[in-house]
Design a protein around this ligand. Structure first.
Ligand SMILES: *[C@@H]1O[C@H](CO)[C@@H](O)[C@H](O)[C@H]1NC(C)=O
Ligand SMILES: *[C@@H]1O[C@H](CO)[C@@H](O)[C@H](O)[C@H]1NC(C)=O
Length: 342
């Protein structure tokens, strides 16, 4: 396996990120054109580049979905895109903006996900985030959220900050989730270079109410638009993976001494707490059917628990909890339970 150097700058970068959840605004970071950052991945004819390469649409029709992938792999950094989701009837449709190295490390891949789950007419999209590290696919770390706006009406920014000990997911400039590396988590925390991906695909068998509502191609094509491509951090040349990544000094500076640093800790964490209390509909941290004790990286919040119980009373059922194994579901069911039920 390829070894990566632990650059001093990376450690510094991570140390700062670990102390504070910064309300990062990628508006202050330069954007790249599609051709500078990404390449077609699949469904070629259903990917269209617009606005002189500043934005791109990917679409799903009966024939195919489509997607694109970053030209570089990255070991840590800040990654963002503005996204406008398809409107109207979108049950069964999934739009994903994520990082992965599944094509390089088949058995022990890492992954960081934004998955947008379509819905029937009149019901909102849901955003699911997830983290896998070193092939930890048997341990799902899903959290699902509602949004405070209609994501089909306009562009909104979705961002991932990833360092060697902290991951933060942002919607616009609101941090919605942080994952801190703990000792127990070990390799489950992503720590190998990953590519960025954006895809749209047919997930009829699970995306909406656990597969109850399938994609209806009467409403196709489903078109998602991406723009404002920000990929900052430590790119790794896919061909020369053994050479150390070159980190983005400007980003590191802005985090340590620049404009981003001034926002340190101010209202980032309280914004996040408020967002989660109001909009989170599922968190694996509180799912006693899947995990019989609080996973080590989770911080228990009574308010979050009270909120989530309303959406998922079953997963809080103390009876099931105390009966332990007898009520512990089979693996297949647990995997199913990962999927949206709201
Ligand atoms: C998707 O590809 C098909 C086949 O090439 C094409 O007819 C269709 O217009 C494309 N859809 C979009 C939205 O670009
Ligand atoms: C990742 O998985 C590989 C193969 O299963 C294992 O050898 C390695 O020790 C793991 N790394 C970490 C950091 O846990």
């Amino acid at each position: 396996m390829v070894k990566f150097l632990n650059l001093q700058t990376l450690v510094l970068f991570s140390a700062y990120c670990a102390m504070f959840v910064t309300p990062l605004q990628s508006a202050s970071l330069p954007t790249l054109s599609f051709d500078e950052a990404y390449s077609h991945l699949f469904g070629d004819s259903n990917l269209s580049i617009l606005n002189d390469g500043k934005s791109v649409t990917i679409s799903l029709d009966r024939r195919t979905g489509s997607g694109f992938v970053s030209q570089d792999l990255y070991l840590y950094g800040f990654f963002s895109s503005s996204i406008k989701l398809p409107s109207d009837y979108t049950a069964g449709v999934v739009v994903a903006f994520y990082m992965s190295n599944g094509d390089v490390f088949e058995k022990n891949h890492d992954e960081l996900d934004f998955e947008f789950l379509g819905n029937i007419r009149g019901k909102e999209w849901r955003v699911q985030t997830n983290v896998y590290g070193n092939g930890s696919t048997s341990v799902g770390r899903e959290e699902r959220f509602k949004l405070w706006f209609d994501p089909t009406e306009d562009f909104h920014e979705y961002s991932i900050l990833w360092t060697n000990n902290l991951i933060v997911f942002y919607v616009d400039d609101v941090p919605m989730r942080e994952v801190r590396k703990t000792k127990i988590m070990g390799g489950d925390f992503p720590s190998k270079p990953m590519s960025l991906y954006a895809t749209i695909w047919d997930a009829s068998n699970w995306a909406t109410n656990g597969g109850k509502y399938r994609v209806n191609y009467k409403y196709a094509p489903y078109v998602a638009e991406f723009s404002d491509f920000v990929l900052r951090g430590c790119p790794v040349n896919p061909i020369e993976q053994a050479t150390p990544p070159k980190c983005d000094q400007a980003l590191l500076r802005s985090l340590t001494t620049g404009a981003l640093a001034n926002k340190l800790n101010s209202n980032g964490r309280s914004k996040m707490a408020k967002y989660r209390e109001k909009y989170m509909t599922y968190s694996y941290c509180y799912d006693r059917q899947r995990y019989n004790s609080l996973p080590s990286e989770c911080a228990f919040s009574t308010r979050e628990a009270v909120q989530l119980r309303r959406f998922n009373p079953v997963t809080f059922n103390a009876k099931h909890y105390h009966h332990g194994k007898r009520y512990f579901r089979k693996r297949e069911n647990r995997i199913k339970s990962v999927h949206p039920i709201d």
